[in-house]
Design a protein around this ligand. Sequence first.
Ligand code: ADP
Ligand code: ADP
Length: 229
Amino acid sequence: EGRLTFDDVSFAYDAERPILKGVSFEIAPGGTLAVVGPSGAGKSTLARLLFRFYDVTGGRILIDGQDIAKVTQTSLRGAIGIVPQDTVLFNDTIGYNIGYGREGSGQAEIEAAARGASIAGFIESLPDGYQARVGERGLKLSGGEKQRVAIARTLLKNPPILILDEATSALDSRTEAEIQGTLNAVAARRTTIVIAHRLSTVVDADEIVVLEAGRVVERGTHRALLRKQ
Ligand code: ADP
Ligand code: ADP
């Protein structure tokens, strides 16, 4: 479960200016694919199409063989989790921030889930030393710690498909390296798209596609792409 297919996907925000041009790739269940490319290449647009913020203008996106155009928003949201680049947290507890917006899960339940570690990978993604403090107010969190809260928030949903949308690009390189370990562990268990600027942050991806001006211009493993540079 969790096979993801982009089949000749095209997209334009306005008809005069195509943004994505015939993008195809497939990720096997549990696999990791990285989309790397310069700013403006269309990487975030790919993620928005997967969420159906916008509909494709050509081609299809399939999850387990099913066209997402025919899937309800609710089941799509259940199937996909995103860790964004910048996480804005509420001035509240970690538990609240992790559970925010989650239907049927009040803060008390989130905190109970966190304490009981009932969700695989949930506790390990919390900031170090905060596992026992999910109910505490007024915690000052660094950028890296905020990203760990964002990861936990996404994991609580336990989505089969995960999007890491430049999840570490706002962090300094030491913090990025620290978080990368957590992300690798999280990504190992589910189908993952990693969106990144730099080849150096996606060493572990099964496949890397290089996107330029809306087209896939290269694809291969990290090692193979380095050889070509
Ligand atoms: P990347 O994530 O690779 O930096 P984006 O997907 O954000 O690229 O952007 C690709 C192109 O689409 C850019 O030229 C950008 O200006 C344009 N674009 C992004 N969002 C919108 C939007 N909401 N309306 C119109 N054009 C957009
Ligand atoms: P939730 O179940 O909390 O809505 P989602 O995974 O649907 O979780 O979305 C998490 C957050 O990320 C939401 O606030 C959503 O608006 C935002 N989001 C979704 N897709 C994107 C995207 N492509 N770029 C930036 N933010 C996004």
